[in-house]
Design a protein around this ligand. Structure first.
Ligand SMILES: Cc1cc2nc3c(=O)[nH]c(=O)nc-3n(C[C@H](O)[C@H](O)[C@H](O)COP(=O)(O)O)c2cc1C
Length: 249
């Protein structure tokens, strides 16, 4: 059964435990079509997706990335920034290619296109009652090993993976920042930003302590800063260069 747009969007949460059930071909087709109709910069479609159904490949991904959803889900969709296709197209037409992927904006364009495509897939899958979880560690854990498993050519790197399957859990919805912290009116900012952020921190800490499933005594601000601390060690610039993104300007 198809959920309403409102339920699809407002009831969405990340699902990390899945049933063994397969996803119907009709649902997969809808997800693929939703991905294909994603808006993209210049209509350049600077992204592509690898749909992984093969359990051996899922196990390899899980071994590298360390997120169990990768092996228990029915499908992993891997969203890629992709400048290989335009390079192949330009070559096929004998046209010169300026190498947009070597600029910061080119990098952003590929990431934006791939991210929007992932959101299309999330919405499509959730509207069919499926569960999804983005896996950012697929980008950061070991870019070289992941590129080898997926056979990525130059001009292509993993932006994010998405696990999809029939949900085996219904975790509590995570409280998000209030509307006035997320959506400003006419220009940047809101009154008493620090106080409102501390209010949210308290609300989130309470959610952490009381949620169904595994509880935690960590606060929101502390948790986010420790994620950032860990992420300071990722060697993404090196990984991007390895995949042919030269970052010249
Ligand atoms: C780009 C991105 C990367 C993410 N990476 C992971 C991940 O590697 N592992 C994971 O369990 N959840 C991951 N998540 C899910 C977030 O933890 C989740 O969206 C967030 O905690 C909010 O919870 P909700 O999705 O249930 O609202 C990721 C989400 C996004 C958007």
């Amino acid at each position: 059964m198809e959920k309403s747009v409102k339920t699809t969007l407002l009831d969405r949460r990340s699902i990390r435990r899945y049933e063994r059930d397969v996803i119907s071909e009709e649902d997969l087709h809808f997800i693929r079509e939703a991905i294909r109709n994603t808006p993209t910069s210049y209509n350049g479609q600077q992204y592509s997706v690898i749909e992984v159904a093969d359990q051996d490949i899922k196990l390899k991904l899980e071994a590298i990335v360390g997120q169990k959803q990768l092996k228990t889900c029915n499908r992993v969709f891997i969203f890629l920034s992709d400048y290989n296709k335009i390079s192949v197209a330009a070559k096929a037409k004998g046209m010169s290619n300026p190498g947009f992927e070597n600029t910061a904006d080119g990098l952003m364009v590929g990431v934006i296109d791939a991210s929007l495509a992932m959101m299309s897939a999330i919405v499509a899958a959730n509207s069919r009652g499926l569960g999804t979880c983005p896996i950012g560690y697929a980008r950061t854990a070991n870019p070289k090993a992941i590129s080898e498993v997926l056979g990525l050519p130059k001009g292509v790197f993993v932006v994010c993976a998405l696990t999809i399957g029939v949900p085996r859990e219904l975790p509590d919805l995570k409280p998000k920042q209030s509307e006035d912290l997320l959506i400003f009116k006419d220009k940047y900012g809101t009154d008493n930003m620090a106080e409102k952020l501390l209010d949210y921190d308290r609300e989130f800490t309470e959610y952490h302590a009381n949620r169904s499933g595994n509880t935690s005594d960590e606060d929101w601000i502390g948790e986010i800063l420790s994620y950032y601390q860990e992420a300071m060690n990722y060697k993404m610039l090196e990984a991007l260069k390895q995949q042919g993104y030269g970052m010249r300007q």
